[in-house]
Design a protein around this ligand. Structure first.
Ligand SMILES: Cc1cc2nc3c(=O)[nH]c(=O)nc-3n(C[C@H](O)[C@H](O)[C@H](O)COP(=O)(O)OP(=O)(O)OC[C@H]3O[C@@H](n4cnc5c(N)ncnc54)[C@H](O)[C@@H]3O)c2cc1C
Length: 285
């Protein structure tokens, strides 16, 4: 839709161009959310997609995903994109969560080609499956601060609640780094929605690291992603006990599912994810 409060769109070419952010001036990435509803408090947008950040970069201890990486690049689904093909390597099974997370969004491939990973993380919605996948893989956010420095924050601590996160005024999410131990992890994924093409009611993603440590991440069912850590692949009773121990105020309530239903199905999905991680390890309990 047209945003008739916007007076100017600035295309950032270098970091200094981000200095105008704050107040009535916001970051524009893919724009799939920003142009979907009125933004009455905004007068100016700064487009960050021309800053030339490589979408996916192998770094010393993992994979750096630029905030401007599109969902299509993230899912490795853009034909001919060498980085997508090169970086989403078979010996990094953890990257399988990327495409599964994109498919959990109720969005077409047209949206995938514009929407960015950073936009999904910064929106911080319960149904933000890309955000949840990066939390499930223990990602660390790199944030550019207005003074020209940078701070790092574990993504697990980034989201406070629906639409609320650790970004301060004028800050820009630069990237998320997924550590090598997560890239080497086996993963499992389950989603449920009230309607076949409906928004997610609950999504559970699991990670089993080479040293047997496991984490289950519950999202969509909760107001923010909840991570449950285990020293080894958990049994069903242990998983259900951890789900029962989640703060009852965190179960999300909206037209896509009541809190008691979400709590119930999250337990069922978490038990299935844990079972799949045990099967892959050949360790039925
Ligand atoms: C049909 C449809 C279905 C959708 N389904 C879902 C869904 O299931 N789950 C879901 O979570 N979302 C959904 N969305 C919302 C949105 O499309 C996605 O969350 C998308 O990933 C947002 O990315 P974007 O690049 O388009 O963000 P934009 O619209 O450009 O920006 C979103 C917000 O994040 C801020 N922002 C963006 N990048 C940065 C950055 N690097 N640093 C600081 N702030 C930044 C912007 O200022 C803005 O407030 C859907 C949208 C559509 C149109």
């Amino acid at each position: 839709m047209d945003l008739d409060t916007i007076r100017e769109v600035v295309v950032a070419r270098e970091r200094a161009d981000l200095g105008v952010l704050g107040g009535s001036c916001a970051v524009l990435a893919g724009g799939t959310f920003l142009f979907s509803e009125p933004q009455e408090r905004l007068e100016r947008l700064v487009d960050i997609t021309a800053l030339g950040w490589p979408a996916l970069t192998e770094v010393r201890d993992g994979l750096e995903i630029a905030a401007t990486c599109t969902l299509a690049e993230f899912a490795g689904s853009v034909p001919g994109r060498e980085l997508g093909a090169e970086v989403l390597r078979a010996d990094w099974p953890g990257t399988a969560l990327f495409a599964r997370a994109c498919r959990a969004l109720v969005a077409s491939h047209k949206i995938w080609r514009s929407a960015t990973v950073g936009g999904n993380v910064c929106l911080s919605l319960p149904a933000g499956a890309v955000l949840a996948s990066l939390i499930a893989l223990d990602g660390v956010a790199s944030v550019w601060t207005p003074g020209g420095s940078e701070r790092r924050i574990p993504l697990q601590k980034f989201v406070f609640g629906p639409g609320s996160n650790a970004l301060n005024t004028g800050e820009v999410l630069r990237s998320i780094t997924v550590p090598a131990r997560s890239l080497l992890s086996r993963t499992a994924f389950r989603k449920i929605a009230l309607a076949p093409l409906g928004r997610s009611g609950a999504v559970v993603m699991g990670r089993r690291e080479p040293d047997r440590r496991c984490a289950l991440t519950v999202s969509a069912a909760t107001t923010k992603p909840v991570v449950l850590d285990y020293a080894q692949p958990p049994g069903t009773a242990e998983v259900l006990a951890s789900i029962d121990a989640i703060d009852p105020t965190l179960w999300f309530d909206d037209p896509h599912g009541a809190p008691d239903w979400r709590r119930h199905v999250a337990g069922r999905l978490a038990a299935q994810v844990a079972a799949e991680l045990r099967v892959e390890a050949g360790e039925w309990q």
